[in-house]
Design a protein around this ligand. Structure first.
Ligand SMILES: NC(=[NH2+])NCCC[C@H](N)C(=O)O
Length: 407
């Protein structure tokens, strides 16, 4: 069954996508914790859900199968092994102390899969626990989390990424997001639908986030290196995709280590086989190091000998690796200021449903006009609340099946 899943580009006809409908984890956000939890504001949750439902509907109405992360998680947690692993993972936190850990472990074991999924995603606060009293519960504040909530689950792009028929479990850099990949690993390992799916990477490895991984064309992967994906993470991913023959070239693309450009997909996304929507304010300075494999000296990915070319302008290096004349750039915005505003609001962060059809936030009027002028059909969705986590349609989706591009 596993062979039917996977993607080898950003634009091949989207068949199946994994989303996360915002839920009670967003209700944990307060003005005191939102920075740490990586939200810029406090979303109005029911409106965020409406916006998200409209996003899902836009995909379904175009014959895309929508899977929800929490539904997959609940189904996964029907297995005793999954429950055991999920609880162990959540209890590994060094905040806890043995008294509380033992109490919580037993309490969680008694929950139904739905309830357990709720605690794993929305977290547990100190004042929500009735037992396990001891030093730790007494000294922690009542609103301290014993299990942290995961509001950024919304951005399913980052916690796993398919590269051809393999799924990479990523390794998230920000402490607020670390635990997300325990859940995606569990789903891809123990959910019956994904049984036997070959996996690469893993949350114990060097940091790589899915928002930094762009499948430019079959065999060509761009990896942003910045706030989230480290240079060592990019190298590790390159080794694994070469070892498994998933790609011939990995382009490592340095991006500024700041919030506005936290992932490569905040700066550019593919909207056609040879068109990319890109933030013009960085386009000229964006460079790429092409990495290839020149020898297989030993076993596993560590034995590969890699070659790193001199840095070149990103669009030049990309076109070369993709064996096309030009990778055409469509600019965000109209002028540098509009571009900066629309880039911040994820104007670059589009999700292609097929070549030349892309989902985008409706608010980025100038960018969407440019996309349309370039022959791209824009499927516009509302995102006033969804956007408060700083992520657009691409961040909020993990393509699980895309048709291969015609050769
Ligand atoms: N692929 C993306 N651009 N994801 C956006 C993630 C946003 C999220 N609040 C974070 O800071 O991690």
């Amino acid at each position: 069954m596993s062979t039917s899943h996977g993607a080898d580009s950003e634009v091949g006809r989207l068949r199946t996508v994994m989303l996360h409908r915002p839920g009670p984890e967003l209700k944990r956000l307060t003005p005191r914790n939102n920075d740490k939890l990586l939200f810029d504001g406090i979303p109005w949750v029911s409106r965020a859900q409406e916006e998200h439902d409209a996003f899902a509907e836009a995909l379904r109405s175009r014959d895309v199968e929508v899977l929800y992360l929490v539904e997959l998680l609940v189904e996964t947690l029907a297995s005793d092994e999954a429950r055991e692993r999920a609880i162990q993972g959540a209890m590994a936190s060094l905040h806890l102390g043995d008294t509380l850990r033992q109490y919580l472990t037993t309490a969680l074991q008694d929950q139904s899969p739905e309830e357990l999924a709720g605690f794993l995603t929305a977290g547990v606060r100190n004042d929500e626990v009735r037992g396990g009293h001891g030093l730790v519960t007494s000294l922690l504040a009542s609103d301290d989390f014993l299990i942290d909530p995961l509001p950024n689950l919304l951005f399913t792009r980052d916690s796993s990424v398919w590269v051809r028929d393999r799924v990479a479990i990523t390794s998230l850099a920000m402490p607020a997001r670390e635990r997300e990949t325990q859940l995606t690993e569990l789903i891809y390992t123990l959910h019956p639908r994904f049984a036997g799916t070959p996996k690469i990477h893993g949350w114990q490895r060097e940091h790589v986030e899915g928002g930094d991984v762009l499948l430019l064309a079959p065999g060509v992967i761009a990896v942003g290196v910045g706030e989230r994906t480290t240079p060592a993470g990019a190298e590790r991913l390159a080794r694994q995709v070469f070892a498994a023959d998933l790609a011939h070239t990995v382009l490592a693309v340095p991006i500024a280590q700041e919030r506005a450009t936290m992932h490569l997909d905040t700066v550019c996304t593919m909207v056609d086989v040879d068109k990319i929507v890109m933030y013009p304010n960085v386009a000229d300075s964006l460079r790429a190091y092409a990495v290839t494999c020149v020898d297989r000296a030993g076993d596993g990915d560590a034995g590969l000998v890699l070659r790193t070319a001199e840095a070149e302008p990103f669009l030049v290096a990309a076109a070369k690796a993709m064996s096309i004349d030009t990778l055409h750039q469509i600019d965000t915005g109209l002028d540098p200021v509009t571009a900066e505003r629309e880039q911040w609001d994820d104007g670059n962060n589009t999700l292609a449903i097929s070549p030349r059809v892309a989902v985008a936030y409706e608010r980025n009027i100038e960018t969407n006009t440019r996309l349309e002028e370039a022959g791209i059909e824009v499927v516009a969705i509302a995102g006033s609340e969804l956007g408060s986590g700083r992520g657009g349609p691409r961040c909020m989706s993990c393509p699980v099946v895309r048709d291969p591009l015609p050769a």
